[in-house]
Design a binder for this molecule. Structure first.
Ligand code: IMP
Length: 521
């Protein structure tokens, strides 16, 4: 007998359980072992709202909220000031790497904290002794001319002139010094002026560039007419409620020298410190948390890394304001191979978050994120944010120069436990980081590799792509925010399916002669 179609919803109610698996059933290690993001899918719900209403607000730590769940890894090929500024403008937060001197790391933090949208904080500067030929070469290299001239050829030095395209256009002798042809009577803006005031000055004086100087006439930053015209609004920007400055994180180790490092970082205005260790459950880290809580009670601490409930409990008890989950899941990581320690990332995220969320301690799913689907899965398993290394490496904002190989434009991306990264030392010959407890050894034991990734363009496009993708995914699942996502997963309302190896193949592109995978326009 075929049922009457109008009774379909009534008939559905007669089933004891919803279709698919609850998260507990999915994550039963006795049945399936540890799972990675690729091992399962989330079953779709009902679409009854536009994706644009999906709110991705979340918590990074007990006290810090973000408008988007994106965190950039503290790695020397991922996060310095440029990355941290732009990811914060787009709603996430950057964690500044510490494989550098403490002074350098603090200067990166200071740049983020002092960033003002629209102002060029590190303008290309020349000195009076720069030649016209050199200025012309810079114009070629950077694609613009309009260089402030300072006594030392650097920022924070007395402004003595400005050189624009028009100044050098008709000078045939390349050896002429810019001091002979520069405009000396420069229109400047005073430190502290607003973007609107600067904009007005540019409009009234019909100038292309407005150097901003302090009371002593030293160059601080610059405004550019072309930049003003393409100036974006950043409604999601992660800012401190009190100072309105961008939020910034930084990583440190757990050695005694890291206490001095933190002093400089705190003075630069750091909002959150990440204790960077591949195995976070150590007496060093517990001591460090205690010391930081006593010394900088306002500073939020993210401890880690962890992948078990026991590790998490130890750090939560010590006072961690957030946890970082992942051991061996990173794209450049060989920890599981070498140390025999670690855990498949889906299982690690699920188990640690379930425990930590009971204490209101937000968790970062760190490592192994390769696409938007992985982001959604990590959030569904309980993570509040996702930390990305490889996904953000190779972007305009990541440190390092592009190079060409095999016809492709690439940037280096390396693990912080790779020999290359661990061999980087400071001026005194000391390893800067101590993430792997091996950096000071005679024989280094690598836990990461060094490689290259393809140019991904700017995160100004890539992060909005991730954001919109997440909104669309939540729409398919049928939830309008991340709290609803996690609550519905825990209540069993949102269902999952385990993916066999052939199901994973089916989920990828197949049976095409060739294709191009373009992820966004
Ligand atoms: P990805 O996003 O998959 O590329 O992973 C990035 C994460 O890998 C970082 O945030 C670190 O937790 C971790 N990581 C960084 N360097 C290494 C390494 O050398 N070995 C193991 N894990 C690493």
């Amino acid at each position: 007998m075929v049922r009457d179609h109008t009774t379909a919803l009534e008939y559905l109610k007669t089933f004891e359980k919803k279709d698919g698996l609850s998260v507990d059933e999915l994550m039963d290690s006795n049945i399936r072992g540890g799972l990675t993001y690729n091992d399962f899918l989330i079953l779709p719900g009902k679409v009854n709202f536009p994706s644009s209403v999906v709110n991705l607000q979340t918590k990074l730590t007990k006290k810090i909220s973000l408008n988007a769940p994106f965190v950039s890894s503290p790695m020397d090929t991922v996060t310095e000031s440029e990355m941290a500024i732009h990811i914060a403008l787009l709603g996430g937060i950057g964690i500044i790497q510490h494989n550098c001197s403490k002074e350098e790391q603090a200067s990166f933090v200071a740049k983020v904290k002092k960033y003002e949208n629209g102002f060029i904080n590190s303008p290309k500067v020349i000195s009076p002794k720069t030649t016209v030929g050199e200025a012309r070469a810079m114009k070629q290299q950077f694609g613009f001319a309009g260089f402030p001239v300072t006594e030392t050829g650097k920022c924070l030095s007395k402004l003595v002139g400005i050189v624009t395209s028009r100044d050098i256009q008709f000078i045939e002798d390349d050896s002429v010094l810019v001091s002979e042809i520069m405009t000396r009577d420069v229109v400047t803006g005073k430190q502290g002026i607003t973007l609107t005031e600067g904009n007005e000055i540019l409009k009234n004086t019909k100038k292309g560039k407005l150097p901003i100087v302090d009371a002593g006439g030293n160059l601080i930053s610059m405004l550019s007419r072309t930049d003003l015209m393409k100036n974006q609004n950043y409604p999601l920007a992660s800012k401190s409620a009190t100072t309105k400055q961008l939020l910034c994180g930084a990583a440190i180790g757990t050695m005694p020298a890291d206490r001095e490092r933190l002093e400089l970082l705190a003075a630069a205005g750091l909002d959150v410190v990440v204790l960077d260790s591949s195995q976070g459950n150590s007496v060093f880290q517990l001591d460090m948390i205690k010391w930081i809580k006593e010394t900088y009670p306002e500073l939020e601490i993210i401890a880690g890394n962890v992948c078990t409930r026991e590790q998490a409990a130890s750090l939560i008890a010590a006072g961690a304001d957030g946890l970082r989950i992942g051991m061996g899941s990173g794209s450049i990581c060989i920890t599981q191979e070498v140390m025999a320690c670690g855990r498949p990332q889906g299982t690690a995220v699920y188990n640690v978050c379930k425990f930590a969320n009971e204490f209101g301690v937000p968790c970062i799913a760190d490592g192994g994120i390769q696409n938007i689907g992985h982001l959604v899965k990590a959030l569904a398993l309980g993570a509040s944010t996702c930390m990305m290394g490889g996904m953000l490496a190779g972007t305009t904002e990541s440190p390092g120069e592009y190079f060409f190989r095999d016809g492709k434009r690439l940037k280096v991306y390396r693990g912080m436990g790779s020999i290359d990264a661990m061999q980087k030392t400071d001026a005194k010959g000391n390893a800067a980081t101590s993430r792997y407890f091996s950096e000071g050894d005679d024989v280094l034991v690598a836990q990461g590799v060094s490689g290259a990734v393809v140019d991904k363009g700017s995160i100004k496009k890539f992060i909005p792509y991730l954001y919109n993708g997440l909104q669309h995914s939540c729409q398919d699942i049928g939830v309008q925010n991340l709290t609803e996502l996690q609550d519905s997963v825990l209540s069993g309302e949102i269902r999952f399916e385990f993916r066999t190896a052939s199901a994973q193949l089916e989920g990828g592109v197949n049976n095409l002669h060739s294709y191009e995978k373009r992820l966004h326009n």
